[in-house]
Structure formats: structure tokens, C-alpha cells
Design a protein around this ligand. Structure first.
Ligand SMILES: Nc1ncnc2c1ncn2[C@@H]1O[C@H](COP(=O)(O)OP(=O)(O)OP(=O)(O)O)[C@@H](O)[C@H]1O
Length: 283
């Protein structure tokens, strides 16, 4: 479990970023962490990885205080950062150097992910494109069998086939022990993948819901004509029509349009969240 409790944090000489931020992430789920530029996503992920320390409050990962970066905890965390520099060495040498830190590292799994991502012929990291490097790191992340995977903008630089391979691989890698956190602006890339959506705005969690409850409670419409105003939670112009989020009164699960949902939350999280208040979901 990942637990942030009443986290207060500010960068030096800057205004407070996290003011009493509380968030619990449970094993067995993929979390989509969304928010506009500067909302605090990377800072939150760095707290979880023990790379930033709260000024007050706590951040615990599998029972360890994240900031102590206990080796037991670290072998259970793999971070694929948004930006990275890889050394000029062979893929095999890089894997060998890093695998030793992960007691459950599985070379067979690594090879199958590399095959899936078409990276088997690559000899040296310096000859890989940005997208290929990203896929290489994602393959390593999964092969570590770390219980917590933190992926910051993992689909950046991935071409369309690789994005669907990514979704397929991530979904199949999830098990009841794992927590996967994916932070991204490419919300469509997370469709049919994430179990929970967490939205940050100015360092505050403004929305934290499970996809099943979202698809049960709201529906996504691409033509709002004829829908009574009191059923519309959010509306926007789309190709000359009004599209939006409406109350799901049909009783059937709807297909969640993550982009519309994200736009609606950013515009008026309170109004949308009000519609979920019957649920007692933990923030
Ligand atoms: N090293 C730093 N020193 C000072 N301020 C920082 C530092 N890193 C981030 N910030 C500030 O903290 C806030 C949150 O930044 P953060 O990188 O966590 O946001 P983000 O949601 O990941 O943004 P993006 O989507 O653009 O990557 C921003 O206002 C940013 O300017």
C-alpha cells in the first residue's frame, strides 16, 4: 500500500505545493494520475519514490517511510521517469548492472517484453530512438517484478502500435500485489487500462474515483440536444455540437471517455464529484 498522510510540501522559496495531501493507493490496481502542467504530479511521484521529503506529514510505501529509501523498499519500486539519460552501453550490460538490485528480476519476462516491443536486435542504448529507449525501460520495469511501478509519461514518444502494445503489456502485468501509477497528459492512452483516476490541481487532489463507479454513475454523450439541463454535469463544443458528461440514469454501465471526463473535472470537479457522493470511496 502507498499512503500519503497530511503531506505538506513546498519547494524552497516557492509557495506551498501540497497542503495536507492525503492519498491511499492499494495493490491490485492501475492508477491514472492526471493534471495540468505544474499541477504537482511529478512532485507527488517523487515523494512516493522517496526522492522528495514532506515538510510535514508522512509518505509510506509498503510500510516503509519512503524518504528513508530502505533497500527492501527500493527493490520493490521501479520508476520510469519522464526524462532520462541512458549510458553508452549495450542493452545486455545495462540490464545486468540494474537487475542485481531486484531479487525477483526475471530475464525470461524481459525477453518476452523486448520481443513484443521489437527491441531484440538492438545492441547499444546510444543507437536507440527516444521511443525505443522508453520501451526498453518499460520492459525492465516489468521484469523487475517490483510491486510498485511508477511511470511518468510512459507513452510519450511511443508510436501508435507501441501504445496498444503498452496497454496490453501493462494490463497483463498487473496482479493483486502490484500498484501501478501512470502519470500522463495523453489521457486517451489510458483508456481501458486504468482502474482508478486521480486528478491533481495546484497540488490538491480534486478527483479520485474508481472507473467502475464512474461508468455506473455518469455517461458520456456526443450530442446533448434533447438532454434536460439538470442531467448535464459538463458540456463542451465538439465538432459543432455539444458533447458532455451526463447523469447515467439508464442503469447500464457507460463507456468512459477519459478526455471528456478530465476536461469536465478540470472545469468543475465539484459539480461532477457531487454526483458520486453516495459512494464512500477513500481519498
Ligand atoms: N525543482 C523544483 N524547484 C522548484 N519548483 C519546482 C521544482 N520542480 C517543480 N517545481 C514546481 O512545482 C510545481 C509542480 O511541478 P511538477 O513538476 O510536480 O508538476 P507536474 O504536474 O508534473 O507538471 P508537468 O505536467 O508539466 O510535468 C510547479 O509549479 C513547478 O514549477
Amino acid at each position: 500500500m502507498v499512503e500519503l498522510k497530511n503531506v505538506q510540501f513546498r519547494y524552497k522559496k516557492k509557495r506551498v505545493l501540497f497542503d495536507n495531501l492525503t492519498l491511499t493507493l492499494y495493490p491490485g490496481f492501475i492508477y491514472g494520475l492526471l493534471g495540468k502542467n505544474g499541477a504537482g504530479k511529478s512532485s507527488l511521484l517523487k515523494h512516493v519514490a522517496g526522492l522528495l521529503y514532506p515538510n510535514s506529514g508522512e509518505c509510506n510505501v509498503f510500510g516503509y517511510k519512503a524518504q528513508t529509501r530502505n533497500p527492501e523498499m527500493l527493490q520493490d519500486i521501479y520508476v520510469v521517469p519522464e526524462e532520462f539519460a541512458l549510458p553508452n552501453m549495450s542493452l545486455a550490460a545495462y540490464v545486468k548492472t540494474n537487475a542485481v538490485f531486484y531479487s525477483r528480476f526475471n530475464y525470461e519476462q524481459l525477453n518476452s517484453y523486448l520481443v513484443e516491443f521489437e527491441l531484440t536486435d538492438s545492441a547499444n542504448l546510444s543507437t536507440l530512438s527516444y521511443g525505443q529507449k522508453k520501451k526498453f525501460l518499460i520492459a525492465i520495469a516489468l521484469a523487475t517484478n517490483a510491486r510498485l511501478l511508477i511511470l511518468d509519461e510512459p507513452t510519450n514518444g511511443l508510436d501508435i502500435p507501441s501504445k496498444s502494445q503498452f496497454r496490453k503489456i501493462m494490463a497483463s502485468a498487473l496482479n493483486e500485489e502490484k500498484i501501478i501509477i501512470i502519470s500522463t497528459h495523453q489521457v486517451r492512452d489510458l483508456e481501458n487500462l486504468i482502474d482508478n483516476i486521480v486528478v491533481l490541481e495546484h497540488g490538491h487532489i480534486i478527483f479520485n474515483r474508481n472507473m467502475a463507479e464512474i461508468s455506473e454513475k455518469v455517461a458520456f454523450e456526443y450530442n446533448l440536444a434533447g438532454i434536460p439541463d439538470d442531467e448535464v454535469l459538463y458540456a463542451e463544443e465538439l465538432h459543432g455540437r455539444k458533447a458532455g458528461i451526463v447523469k447515467n440514469l439508464s442503469g447500464h454501465d457507460s463507456r468512459v471517455d477519459l478526455e471528456l471526463l478530465f476536461n469536465g473535472i478540470i472545469k468543475d470537479a465539484e459539480n461532477i464529484d457531487k454526483h458520486f457522493t453516495n459512494y464512500s470511496y477513500e481519498y
